[in-house]
Design a protein. Structure first.
Length: 138
């Protein structure tokens, strides 16, 4: 996100607020189609990676955030590390995940909003949330 801020000489300069643009997840090529479908269930849509990367990755996007699936033989998925996604329609999306055969694990509502964990194809842990923590809980 670009904003304008005063510089040391009384002028304005463009500044950039830090934002996470993408998360790259190692994914076995054999899990690729299922992994893409999983992220589509969460509201992400495929976008074309640059031609120099198209043979080794798939990219999906929602808003300004991307998921990059990196085709890797023997991928590593951290046991507790995870991506977290705030869903537009939490209940409907969880129903679609369950209908597609995913095990959804509801978790404690630390900030009074529903949340759960689900494993994406290839083993990556993904937290799905009805709402993010507010400033008091961030």
């Amino acid at each position: 996100m670009v904003t304008r801020a005063p510089d040391a000489h009384g002028g304005l300069v463009d500044t950039f607020a830090p934002v996470i643009h993408h998360v790259a997840l190692e994914t076995a090529p054999a899990d690729g189609a299922a992994a893409e479908q999983f992220w589509r269930l969460l509201g992400f849509r495929p976008v074309k990676p640059p031609p120099t990367l198209s043979d080794r990755a798939a990219w999906l996007q929602s808003g300004q955030t991307q998921i990059h699936l990196l085709w890797t033989e023997g991928p590593v998925a951290p046991p507790k590390g995870h991506a977290a996604v705030v869903l537009d329609d939490y209940d409907h999306t969880l129903a679609r995940l369950r209908d597609a055969g995913y095990e959804v694990e509801p978790r404690e509502e630390h900030w009074a909003a529903a949340r759960a964990f689900v494993r994406a194809p290839g083993g990556h842990r993904v937290e799905v949330m009805a709402a993010p923590p507010d400033a008091q809980h961030a």
